[in-house]
Design a binder for this molecule. Structure first.
Ligand code: 4AD
Ligand code: MG
Length: 443
């Protein structure tokens, strides 16, 4: 009888499991596939700390034999070496995660040479240049787990409320949020722009589906280098036919409360790793205080802001808001001059618009921007002219006001701003796997 080909022989029958599921395998022998995070030895014991993307696991081996073959393998392992390890899972209160592996076998896939990110301190430019590796570090990993949770919460929120997901285009022929931050590109023999917002298209799908949302990447050629701006960021944008400003404020409030609740409930471990004080997040409850632009400006001036009536709120004002409120706050009725062309004027004050900005607590700044849209065709044409926008690319948008026009409202929430606030990260660059920044597009 001939032997079966080598590749068909399964040498180990142990089940490959992920570290996050380890508790379900206490007492069983399992296989873990991962990377060496750290190692240490103490007398006759070797401790190998392995990460597999879902968690960290301590694997230990005890032997009185000084040159036990497992010890020799252990000695060859360096940070980020790839390994398959096998052994029995045992409850161990002192181990990270509360379980450890009684290490019986190690297969080394590769011994990593000179991994650049060591436990010592590194400069931010160095870490950013090594972002593809920095993602493996515990804190970065925790931030991105929170990001995934925030996105899951958002999708769940809108799907369970029966909003229809409508993907909007990334290549567009016209501007949504002003012409100064447009990324221009060539679209065969005409000019096109990367999307700044899916809103205008959302307004069309809302008239077709009632309540919709889009969720995708958004691009802004922001020339300012701040801690809150990315060049490429993700935005979720609901749009609701027949909704007015107050309806959309309520929707935004429910969304924020829901996300914060889910992050607190499901991502405690990550928030602990990030040393996030969760007390301010626990205060996020409905309703949020609401103030008009004209009410907030004098309050900010009292606190020392140099803001003049008519100015947009900037970073210093966002920080000062934290001294006035310990929860998010909704600011409404902005001067029309500092907002986009599509905003519905306030009924008795046409110089103000029915817009709303949600400002996060603790100085994390604007997380949501939106409001009620102009539904009158004549007024919209007038506003396009006032903003020096050409009529032709917006012809389809004007059509929406011709065929059964209704009041409608919506908003956009920046995912990275939300994640930054949840995690307490000082700079937005850590809230997306590969941030695009003013002076960085590598890696
Ligand atoms: O306030 P913005 O510019 O509003 C819009 O784009 C509307 N068209 C949305 C709508 O009504 N459908 O942007 C919305 C949100 C901001 O509140 C902020 O959270 C985020 O998007 N944002 C940014 N996040 C990161 N980097 C940037 N450069 C951002 N610009 C806006
Ligand atoms: Mg805004």
């Amino acid at each position: 009888m001939t032997a079966p080909p080598a590749c068909l022989i399964i040498p180990h029958v142990m089940k490959w499991v992920y570290i996050e599921d380890i508790a379900a395998h206490a007492g069983q022998s399992v296989e873990i596939r991962g990377w060496v995070y750290n190692k240490r030895s103490s007398g006759k014991v070797r401790f190998l700390l392995v990460r597999d993307g879902t968690g960290l696991l301590q694997a230990t081996h005890f032997s009185a034999e000084k040159d036990h073959p497992l010890f020799e393998m252990f000695d060859r392992l360096t940070q980020e070496s790839s390994v398959v390890i096998r052994g029995a899972v045992r409850e161990e209160k002192r181990a990270p995660g509360g379980f450890e592996l009684e290490l019986e076998e190690i297969d080394i896939l590769q011994v990593a040479q000179d991994y650049p990110i060591t436990p010592k301190e590194h400069s931010t430019p160095f870490l950013m240049a090594n972002r593809h590796l920095w993602l493996r570090s515990q804190k970065q990993h925790a931030v991105l787990e929170v990001r995934a949770e925030v996105i899951r919460a958002i999708r769940n929120f809108f799907d369970s409320r029966k909003f229809r997901l409508m993907d909007t285009p990334i290549l567009t022929p016209s501007a949504c949020e002003g012409t100064t931050t447009l990324f221009e590109t060539q679209y065969f023999d005409q000019k096109a722009y990367l999307s700044q917002s899916g809103q205008l298209y959302n307004e069309a799908t809302a008239m077709a589906f009632g309540k919709v949302y889009c969720f995708g990447p958004t691009f802004r050629a922001e020339r300012s280098k701040t801690r809150k701006h990315l060049i490429e960021f993700w935005m979720v944008e609901p749009e609701v036919a027949f909704a007015e400003l107050e309806d959309i404020i309520e929707l935004g409030t429910d969304l924020v409360v829901d996300i914060v609740g889910r992050v607190l409930e499901n991502r405690r471990r990550e928030l602990d790793i990030l040393e996030r004080d969760t007390a301010p997040l626990a205060k996020v409850r409905k309703p949020f205080p609401k103030m008009s632009y004209e009410e907030i400006v004098p309050r900010l001036k009292e606190k020392g802001s140099a803001i003049q009536p008519g100015d947009d709120l900037g970073a210093p004002e966002e920080s000062l808001l934290a001294e006035l409120f310990d929860t998010p706050v909704c600011i409404t009725h902005f001067p029309a001059a500092i907002k986009a062309f599509y905003m519905q004027p306030a009924p008795s004050r046409p110089d103000l618009v029915l817009g709303v900005d949600f400002m996060a607590s603790e100085g994390y700044g604007e997380i949501i921007g939106g409001g009620q849209r102009i539904h009158d065709p004549g007024l919209l044409e007038e506003k396009l002219r006032e903003h020096n926008l050409p009529r032709e690319p917006y012809a389809w948008y004007l059509d929406l006001r011709k065929f059964g026009s209704v009041p409608h409202s919506g908003f956009g929430m920046g995912v990275e701003r939300m994640v930054s606030w949840m995690c307490g990260t000082k700079h937005i660059r850590e809230t997306i796997p590969f941030p695009r920044l003013l002076y960085r597009i590598y890696p």
